[in-house]
Design a protein around this ligand. Structure first.
Ligand SMILES: [Zn+2]
Length: 286
């Protein structure tokens, strides 16, 4: 296997430290009360992440990096056509790629075929930093296609793409964590970034709330599209997908075949549709 030095010797160790650090922080200062057995969830999420990591390391990153290098050689793509300083290219890459990922996350929710795979991520019955690793490997394969297209169209430099991806993964770990930041600090961070309380609303069993807060690094894209929700206090959120509430059913084996089964409509097992009215909330609720 060809090594990717920036990923293998810098990115992976940094992300591993971030994962372990957040695990410790969320244990010491928990945000939402957890309702299901932690060790069982951790084991399931980590086993499910193994095939996803294999796809990530051997396809989802190497292929888009090769596409980016190829586009640069052929002088194709937006950022290869404009003459701007390097630092501005880096900033534009981060903004363009994070915005493109907003659309990709939108597609994963709104297009039924992609939702079949993304559903696996959302069926976690509590949310913490391990949820950030809970992706069906099928979703990672489609993400590779999305990344190739974005890298090609924007003419992203391969090393900047890799740097962005490491930050993107760090942001994903952070906003999935169950770490209770002081509310004042989180509100400050939430002027720029997607934070744990903001992403907690995205994992609610209320469908309207799940279909909000699609951002990954920056919170501005949801503001731009009026899909931002900040009004739900964390102790009022039930995490998960309404029709998938049975812990015994959500085994690794079942989660792997879930995308290929008939998808249930968004109702609780008792037939009720969870709902609550949206309130206007300029600031993030505690
Ligand atoms: Zn989602």
């Amino acid at each position: 296997m060809k090594s990717i030095p920036l990923l293998d010797y810098v990115g992976t160790p940094l992300l591993t430290i971030a994962f372990l650090g957040l695990l410790l922080l969320q244990w010491r200062w928990p945000l939402r009360r957890q309702h299901f057995a932690l060790v069982r969830r951790l084991i399931r999420n980590l086993i499910l992440s193994i095939p996803s990591h294999v796809v990530l390391r051997w396809a989802m990153l190497p292929v888009p990096l090769a596409v980016a290098a190829w586009a640069q050689d052929l002088h194709i793509g937006l950022l290869n056509w404009v003459q701007i300083p390097k630092w501005l290219t880096v900033i534009l890459t981060f903004l363009l790629m994070d915005y493109a990922y907003w659309w990709w996350h939108w597609a994963n929710h709104r297009l039924p075929f992609f939702w079949r795979f993304h559903n696996v991520h959302h069926t976690d019955l509590d949310m913490d930093v391990s949820t950030a690793t809970r992706f069906h490997f099928g979703e990672m394969i489609f993400s590779a296609g999305f990344l190739c297209l974005a890298a090609f169209l924007f003419g992203v430099h391969a090393m900047v793409l890799l740097g962005f991806f490491i930050c993107f993964e760090g942001a994903t770990l952070f906003h999935h964590s169950n770490w209770r930041l002081p509310i004042g600090l989180e509100r400050l961070l939430n002027f720029v970034f997607v934070t744990p309380r903001m992403h907690g609303i995205h994992h609610s069993i209320v469908e309207r709330e799940t279909n909000s807060n699609w951002g990954t690094i920056f919170c501005w894209w949801d503001q731009l599209h009026r899909t931002v929700r900040r009004d739900i206090p964390q102790d009022e959120i039930t995490i998960g997908v309404a029709p998938y509430r049975d812990e015994q059913e959500l085994t690794v084996g079942h989660l792997l075949v879930l995308p290929f089964q008939r998808q249930r409509s968004w109702r609780l097992p008792n037939g009720e549709k969870p709902d609550r009215p949206a309130k206007s909330a300029p600031r993030l609720a505690d």
